[in-house]
Design a protein around this ligand. Sequence first.
Ligand code: NDP
Length: 326
Amino acid sequence: MFKALLIEKDDAGYRAELKELDESRLPEGDTLIRVSHSTLNYKDGLAITGRSPVVRKFPMVPGIDLVGIVEETAHPDYRVGDAVVLNGWGVGETHWGGLAQKARLNGDWLVPLPAEFTPRQAMAIGTAGYTAMLCVMALERHGVEPEDGEILVTGAAGGVGSVAIAVLAKLGYRVVAVTGRTEDADYLERLGAAEILERSQFSSPGKPLGKERWAGAVDVVGSHTLANVCATLQRGGVVAACGLAGGMDFPATVAPFILRGVTLAGIDSVMCPRPLRIEAWRRLARDLDLDKLDAIGHEIGLGEVIPTATRILEGRIRGRVIVDVD
Ligand code: NDP
């Protein structure tokens, strides 16, 4: 038997509960993992509360991240006892995920736990941190360099935003953080933000083009915020867009694209190919200071996940939530 958070949807409604399950209930897969830690991402909050249709099959164990030890495997790349990490691939959406003490899944989805990180640190990073790294790599791929100018990070005090600030600052960029929690300015400055801007400056409808300021941006908010970021990028600037914390819509004009040649680089961590994932984890090991990571992550138990899921959707969780599943 093992403990798991289980989401069910039937005549009795949509509900998430902590349950004791028999191992025989685990889905098919070539690899059985003893999970030590998972995380709580914004998407997990949507899944657990049922606020958006993230879960595609019921019953479902949520949790888009996990770290643990291989207990059984028929996959050629892994041996019993290997420490592994998983982010995305539809886990917690279409295949049982990490908010449980056991997971059975496809070994192709796993990445070896980088030697530089403890399991807890890998989950302090989690999907949010690995996505932040994918955003940074997208800016680099499009040629944005520290001397080109400032980088704007929206949703700064959240998971993606916190890791993006820490990595960009370490790489020598001047980072400007946008937050609704200016009372957390100290936290953002400790991560490396050089300047803090209030979220409301970006969240209302703006002009098609504004004063050029940012060489690059990482946006987790979407909606008017993303439109305003595009409108204020410098000529040739790039925004890595990965989130919808402020809305799924994109009420923009083409002006920034056709008059200033700006680039909107979309980021999808879920189906990201394996070589790029391995590269992102290698870069995190090199470009993220572990003392900053300690400030970003805080731990909860499996029993605290359900109330925390509501709080993450309200934007009331700072940094990253690590879940100790034992
Ligand atoms: P968090 O909840 O940790 O952070 C989101 C932050 O966005 C909040 O902390 C808050 O920052 C800000 N925010 C929240 N609500 C609003 C709002 N209504 N208007 C403006 N800002 C808001 O989430 P994550 O960092 O885990 O994820 C961020 C986004 O990125 C989510 O939409 C998530 O779904 C998406 N995502 C996408 C991935 C992909 O592969 N494309 C992978 C990972 C995440 P502050 O308090 O500083 O204002």
